[in-house]
Design a protein around this ligand. Sequence first.
Ligand code: MN
Length: 712
Amino acid sequence: MTKLHFQYDKTQFTDEQNEVIARALEVARVAHDGQLRGSGEPYLIHPIAVAKIVAEWGLDFEAVAAALLHDVIEDTPTTVEQIKEQFGGSIAGLVDGVTKLDLSNWPKHPEADSNRREISNENLRKLLLATAKDYRVIMVKLADRLHNLRTLEFLPSDKQLRIGRESLEIFAPIADRLGMGSLKAEMEDLSFRYSQPEEYKKIVRLVKEATQKSAQYVTRLQQDIIRLLREGGVTPMSVEGRQKHYYSIYKKLIKLDGHMEKMYDLTAMRILVPEVADCYHVLGVLHQHYKPLIYRIKDYIAVPKPNGYQSLHTTVFALDGDITEIQIRTPEMHEEAERGLSAHFYYDQHKASAAYAKGHGAAKLPNKLSWVSDLANLQQLAHGQDFLEGARLELFTGRIFVFSPRGDIYELPEGSTPLDFAFAVHSDVGLRAMGARVNGRLENRDVVEILTRREASPSRDWLNFVKTQTAKNRIRSWFRAASREGNIVSGRATLEAELKVLTRGGLADLPVRQVNDALDHLHVRSSDDLLAAIGEGSLGVAQAIRRLVPGAAKPASVPVVKRAASTGRILIEGDQLPYTLAPCCNPVFPQPVVGYVTRGTGVTVHSLSCRNLPSDAERYVDCRWETTPEPMERLACHLEVKAMNRVGLLSDITGVIAKHQFNIGHLASDAGDHGEETLVTFVVEVPDLFVLADLIRQLGTVSGVLAVRRAD
Ligand code: MN
């Protein structure tokens, strides 16, 4: 058998570096000796191809050596320690990073499928963590995956399907986020071809038909553009028709409900000019001759995409009024768009190599790709599923781009809220957020202004709707770090408020012995511990009070009434028929009621004393409150509500009580028509005082209400 060679551009490395690469090749050769690929070729072909891709991307010699060795740990008896001895920690770290977990001890799941998902999740987690430490890991992995996709035809169809899907879901999006446009396109098309063979064929056929018709058109347009630009005084470096890749056509077609004719950018023209100023010049010339679709002019030069992409895009009515997309950019922008992170590596290679040589380990990322290092933050909270959900969300879901009022651009997962934005700006902004000049979910290109207060005052409720892991972490850790003193203060406020309703006294008024008994029962050491627990939410206030004040729910001091209770329903002429409660008087049990038949809407039930009762007596129907067959015990509590006088106040107050179907009586208000403040008093019959405490809280939220207290 002929000996396989690794041909690459040796001039990009020093002699010593090429020496290391040669040693790596020999180690791989020995380790993989006798192994074959699915195609029947020697296995060594694969690591050599991967190393070639890595070298072409312009990565350093360590990455190239690691690419040659990338499968030896997984597929041969060679160990990480051996690689470390022979090649040092840096190369060994890279090889280890791309190596899947040793799953020989992995617990077997009853269902093979979920087992596989779990395994692939764990592998992804390991890969991302390694990438967070050294992003060359992901580059070697992407090269590995690319070559596997290029040779996918030799694998059985179930593997084609799985590898194709995984690449579409995970690796192509990563390539995209690294700005590597051509890698992303190639990976997507290969994955598409093998994971959805039927759709792939359909798209290839559609595109073939569409482009045959348009080939001639593209040539004519090309010549027309070159002529227009010359006349306008610009000499383009190239004007070319460029076809969208299959998978992006497929995705676009789904969005367009299959209407191929609406796809304006199936073939786009791409114009390269030497300088940034030329780009705008070209745009001006084109718009003089071809009318643009105004909402499709995009200036990604002034506002690059977060992955670094720059270009001017415009869609115009070109020759014969045909709608065509045109992209204008400089060669540098083009290089960046196609190669992304690898372009950086290419340019900065010597600098980067010097950094490794000095033993600094991983290279510094270009700033705009700092999201890769955000993975390191995820690592801090990483426990299995949490980490993966976070990582998946941060990396692979749809992204939107929003702006601060100063024009800074932020990238967030779709469905993010203004709070997510606030935390993305700075955790301090998030914690002090009190509102935003945008409501609800953020849309692409929203400009978001966060209103803040002076002190941090986050709410636990935020955890229920923020989308980003960053926001969740910051909120959680704030609460964790919130001082014990703070928890004690807020715990005391909560407990005292509740005690005031129940016992009309405070914590200090309770017998010491009773308090100590309660602490014992609740397994807390001191009353401070008790208050802190209530403050941080680990102990419910009602639970604490049941121990602190046995019998608090039904104290002997409150009169007990026994009477039929309302079921909350109203019977119309003795029957259960549909009705609505009149919003003008909001009748509550046991107020006498009457029904009024409205054409089309049925029966509206008013309080008999309602001033809005219509005079049309013929349309009245007999109504009464339905009651429980057995009388029930209730506590009759006097409440006083102090409020600003306003129209509708009484009905709002009784409305809150009606919602709970509590009886209400002795309703009185001292309000003169001119008084500013009013005192509303009534007796409400409730099952116990815990319920009363809750009711008092709700009454406190009625607009205009200043204070609510028990008056007996
Ligand atoms: Mn491999």
